[in-house]
Design a binder for this molecule. Structure first.
Ligand SMILES: [Zn+2]
Length: 297
């Protein structure tokens, strides 16, 4: 089990702790992937007698334990409920010494985890603090923005009640939505390299209706594992989540240490109105690691 879970686990009721332990220590070895299948959720509910919302609130300290917040020391955890019935952890991530715009919010992290896990929408998101304006706007881009519920320790409300007079994709005549299936198969690359192949697959599924700058990052770590991030664009532009940020956040959720990145590749469309190259390079530089490998296709 990753050491970050030891302390919060000790604060949980004994039946929940006992039922969780085997999930945090997969039998086949390896790391807990920050997700719970519908079967695992059913196991946890049976063991604790807790209903869905109460169980997610009880699990929040574990999600928050995945936070990397060297600047704010404000540890946010989130759990997104995918339409498939799986649950996905998320946590905020900051980059020490770098501009705050590099940060990833817990809600963005959980939603990325769900999207990368194959979900096409989320029904509810549970967070230990009220979502900031940036996250409200980010979530207003989702395929399920109109039905999404936000669950807080002391409140359960529709996302739309947090966003009176909202601005969203429809205001820019966009009918597409974040987490709806994407297939930008015009992106092509002749390479047998698994890292580039992973980046290509992720870029084809990226969401960039405003700039057409379809892009993805793939990271390879010292233990051989690969993690991708897809670009997730937003109608209000600034809340867009760059692919490097998503890849880093996803790797950290899966127990990786960003100091052990061995390779980082960025693949993007050469026909987009924007490029992620400088932004991704500067994030990578903040980690003091490798040079960014780059291809526009
Ligand atoms: Zn936020």
């Amino acid at each position: 089990m990753h050491p970050r879970f030891a302390k919060p686990l000790d604060t949980l009721p004994a039946p929940l702790k006992a039922a969780l332990l085997p999930m945090l220590e997969p039998e086949q070895g390896g790391e807990f992937n920050a997700r719970f299948t519908p079967e695992q959720v059913a196991t946890l509910k049976a063991a604790t007698g807790l209903e869905d919302r109460a169980l997610r609130l009880a699990l929040l300290p574990l999600a928050a334990a995945c936070s990397v917040a060297p600047i704010s020391k404000f540890f946010v955890g989130a759990i997104a409920c995918g339409l498939s019935g799986s649950w996905y952890f998320g946590a905020n991530m900051e980059f020490a010494g770098q501009g705050l715009f590099h940060s990833v919010h817990a809600e963005q992290s959980a939603i990325s985890n769900a999207w990368l896990g194959g979900e096409t929408g989320i029904s509810e998101i549970t967070v230990n603090y009220t979502p900031c304006g940036h996250c409200r706007q980010f979530m207003n881009e989702l395929s399920t923005a109109k039905i999404l519920k936000v669950s807080l320790p002391d409140d359960l409300s529709a996302l739309q009640s947090f966003l009176p007079h909202s601005f969203g994709p429809a205001d820019l005549d966009i009918t597409d939505a974040l987490m709806s299936p994407q297939a930008h198969d015009e992106l092509a690359l002749e390479s047998e390299d698994p890292l580039w192949q992973a980046a290509l697959a992720a870029a084809r599924q990226s969401y960039a209706p405003y700039s057409q700058g379809y892009a993805a990052v793939a990271l390879q770590f010292a233990d051989g594992r690969l993690f991708c991030g897809r670009y997730a664009e937003n109608a209000a532009f600034n809340p867009s989540l760059p692919p490097m940020q998503m890849a880093c956040a996803h790797a950290v959720l899966n127990g990786e240490d960003l100091a052990t990145i061995r390779r980082a590749v960025l693949l993007e469309s050469k026909n987009g109105q924007i490029s992620q190259r400088d932004s991704a390079q500067s994030t990578l530089k903040a980690l003091g690691s490798v040079e960014l490998e780059y291809q526009a296709v």
